[in-house]
Design a binder for this molecule. Structure first.
Ligand code: CP
Length: 312
């Protein structure tokens, strides 16, 4: 089955069956990534552009590896060495790249909605690699893949998401995906970073981390996104750490077989103790490995088939 969508702009656009298709397709690409020869000819002749206006280690590298392992050609656009610094607009940048007959653009931008805006005038496939505080759909998909790998299901699990929820596109995409797939989500953090309005997404909110962790199957820790904070959201880092950092003592309140996740980059000893980050319960580097397989699946499902009937 090939996805019916032309673009992947957010989890919001996917139904549970499409999410399952992506996760199941990623299984076979994980096997490819573990082979001696990590390459299949599925996207030979396709040209993909990594269009990143914000820094990235994991997402950009894994999209590049995913494209290469599918035999596509990939171009890495760097904002700082581009004509954007001379004042070229986002639209003109995209139109000029498209004039080189590309097939897909993977977009990261600080403005929420930038990938959607590009999709309104661009004929290429657009994949959202993180837009402002809006969505990071491929992160949520790789997180779901990792949870399924560890827990064999999503439905009925208790997933606790801790930290800077309001500024986190990772949290938003994860909440949307996990709720669609039947998981129970609890958001935890200071009230200024976890507003009550998030209840409209069907999540529970608990401002006490010890209480939130009780019975958790999955604990997802988030970085404080200082680059998106325009005011002080908590009195001091010391207070934040004392109330919301995951320590071994706190983590013992979760289920015995609970796993620790983090999208990266980690601030060791801020949101998560170094001991836990490197522990057997941490699946953080598995998330990174799975990111390549999930992004291979997305590229294949969007670009790989002729069966797709565009619905957006
Ligand atoms: N998880 C994530 O988006 O990491 P990068 O910012 O390094 O891509």
């Amino acid at each position: 089955m090939i996805l019916k969508h032309k673009h992947l702009l957010g989890i919001e656009q996917l139904n549970p069956s499409e999410i399952s298709t992506i996760l199941e397709t990623a299984e076979s690409f994980l096997e490819v990534s573990r082979r001696e020869v990590k390459k299949v000819p599925i996207l030979r002749g396709k040209t993909i552009v990594n269009l990143f206006f914000e820094p990235s280690t994991r997402t950009r590298s894994s999209f590049e590896l995913a494209a290469k392992r599918l035999s596509a050609d990939i171009l890495n656009f760097s904002r700082v060495s581009s004509s954007v610094v001379k004042g070229e607009t986002l639209k003109d940048t995209v139109l000029n790249l498209e004039a080189m007959n590309i097939d897909a653009l993977i977009v990261r931008h600080s403005a929420s909605g930038a990938p959607h805006f590009i999709s309104t005038f661009c004929r290429s496939h657009i994949i959202n690699a993180g837009d402002g505080t809006h969505e990071h759909p491929t992160q949520a998909l790789l997180d779901a893949f990792t949870i399924r790998q560890e827990k064999k299901r999503l439905r009925g699990l208790k997933v606790v998401i801790v930290g800077d929820i309001i500024h986190s596109r990772v949290a938003r995409s994860n909440i949307l995906l996990l709720r669609k797939m039947g998981a129970k989500v609890v958001c935890c953090g200071p009230p200024s970073l976890v507003p009550l309005e998030f209840r409209t997404y069907g999540v529970d909110i608990n401002y006490n981390l010890d209480e939130a962790l009780k019975g958790a199957d999955v604990v997802m820790m988030l970085r404080i996104q200082l680059e998106r904070q325009k005011k002080n959201f908590f009195p001091s880092l010391r207070e934040y750490i004392s109330l919301f950092a995951l320590t071994p003592q706190r983590f013992s309140l979760a289920k015995k077989d609970a796993i620790i996740m983090h999208p990266g980059p980690i601030n060791r000893c801020v949101e998560l103790s170094a001991e836990l980050a490197d522990s057997a319960r941490s699946v953080i580097l598995k998330q990174v490995e799975n990111g390549v397989a999930v992004r291979m699946a997305i590229l294949y499902l969007l670009l790989g088939g002729k069966e797709r009937e565009d619905t957006d």
